[in-house]
Design a protein around this ligand. Structure first.
Ligand code: PA5
Length: 442
């Protein structure tokens, strides 16, 4: 289960003010639970952990078995934003960081940028591999994945022929609308639906996240169980509810102390993409109506030798949320060296994780001294079960937090602004008037 520790905020915050924010968070909890708040047609994520049927997981496994029987060793997962970050976060956290699992399908991601170099290098890998593709877009109209898919599709069709290419392609999109839906129907792709009432950044526990995670060799049943257990926890309304505590404290720090930036901190590179997933979840959910906490992330101890300087002594705009896995999965002990030229014998016999924990504690104390409040969000270890719990915890807390802030957690109107300009500049049919306008500005 996810545990929240607010001890690193106590020197900054009066108990009575915190209690006031807990009251506000409990009211926001009621808005989320009554399903009467803004964006309430996008609450399908709340019951996903108990809604996903076993038969769906079995379908994902059947696709994997089918692809493996065809010799597939690479799955290109195409999507952007909520259509890839959850899967990437889970796969990066669960995978060996250096050695590829023998016999497993390697999952790589595309369609999350428009870099020509990225796509060209990805196609180098595709050409060396036996590839299949999962293309994900809820709207079915997003440019970045559409461009990547056109290129991968063309390659698969040339290499394997149209029929085999179509059997190596899965589309995950809207049930009825969008260009991807039309394309998938016409080409006869296996298709899964992103439910209408689940927004992209809340979709990791739909086929959007689950299929790529299954393809990469991980246990989504355990992930769903972890999410379901966490759901049962955060539904217990009360002051000690971890989601309520987290939402209350971060809003207090923002509104009362002017802490406009929240830095999600990890001490394990496996959590790097958790930071990316979390930034999208909170940034798109809260950053609107000229309000919101700017979500940033750092990877420690790496970044203690980089932006750590800013966190310690720069503009006092931030607080930190440290995401911790309490137990390391593996054991590496520092040995004794007779000569001790590196002067490390004082650490002989210690686990490396002990040094990591002391670095984290030392940093916490230093940052508190430097005016940076610190929250902690902890799970026991990094595995499928606990990742499911983390996903659900942060989603639920985000709903509470955004309602407390007074914004709709489930829309993202601001994302359209760049698209309009890009389409006008690319001279997309239908954007002629905007093209005229924009050309005058540049
Ligand atoms: O959270 C969201 O809704 C967005 O980040 C989307 O996931 C992202 O824009 C991709 O959209 P789509 O899946 O429609 O291609």
């Amino acid at each position: 289960m996810v545990k929240v520790d607010l001890g690193g905020c106590s020197s900054f915050v009066k108990e009575s003010v915190y209690k006031d924010y807990v009251g506000k968070a409990l009211a926001a909890f009621d808005v989320l639970e009554s399903e009467k708040g803004a964006g309430n047609d996008f609450l399908g994520w709340k019951t996903l952990p108990i809604d996903i049927p076993e038969s769906l997981v079995a379908e994902f496994e059947a696709i994997k078995a089918d692809w493996k029987a065809r010799g597939v060793n690479l799955a290109v997962v195409i999507g952007i934003g909520g259509s890839y970050l959850g899967a990437r976060c889970a796969i990066e956290a669960l995978s060996h960081q250096f050695v590829r699992l023998e016999g497993e399908i390697r999952v790589v991601f595309a369609g999350n940028n428009l870099s020509e170099d990225y796509l060209a290098e990805l196609m180098d890998l595709v050409e060396q591999s036996n590839a299949a593709c999962v293309v994900i877009s809820k709207s079915g109209t997003t440019t970045e994945p559409a461009v990547a898919f056109r290129i991968v599709k063309e390659y698969l069709e040339k290499k394997y022929g149209k029929k085999e290419a179509s059997e190596r392609t899965v589309a995950i999109t809207d049930a009825k609308k969008g260009a991807l839906k039309t394309l998938a129907t016409q080409e006869g792709y296996r298709t899964f639906v992103v439910p209408d009432n689940v927004g992209g950044r809340y979709s990791v526990l739909t086929p959007v996240g689950l299929l790529p995670i299954v393809l990469a060799g991980f246990d989504v049943r355990a992930m769903l169980k972890g999410a379901a257990d966490e759901r049962a926890e955060v539904l217990k309304k009360g002051e000690k509810n971890a989601a309520v505590e987290y939402a209350a404290m971060r809003n207090l720090l923002y509104s009362e102390l002017g802490k406009k930036v929240e830095v999600l901190v990890n001490y394990n590179p496996k959590f790097q993409y958790l930071g990316e997933w979390w930034k999208q979840l909170y940034g798109e959910s809260e950053g609107k109506d000229q309000k919101g906490i700017f979500p940033a992330s750092v990877n420690n101890t790496t970044d203690l030798h980089s932006v750590g300087q800013f966190i310690q002594e720069g503009d006092r705009v931030m607080f930190e949320t440290v995401v911790k896995a309490e137990k390391a999965q593996r054991s590496v002990v520092i040995g004794r060296d007779e000569q001790n030229l590196d002067q490390l014998n004082y650490l002989a016999g210690q686990h490396v994780e002990h040094c990591n924990a002391m670095a984290a504690l030392g940093t916490k104390l230093a940052h508190i001294d430097g005016g940076v409040p610190q929250l902690e969000v902890a799970v026991e270890k990094i595995d499928e079960y606990n990742l499911g719990a983390i996903f659900y915890f942060f989603e639920f807390a985000c709903g509470i937090s955004a309602y407390l802030l007074g914004v709709n957690p489930f829309n993202q109107p601001g994302v359209e602004a760049y698209k309009k300009n890009m389409f006008a500049l690319l001279r997309k049919p239908g954007y002629e008037a905007q093209t005229e306008e924009i050309l005058k500005r540049i």
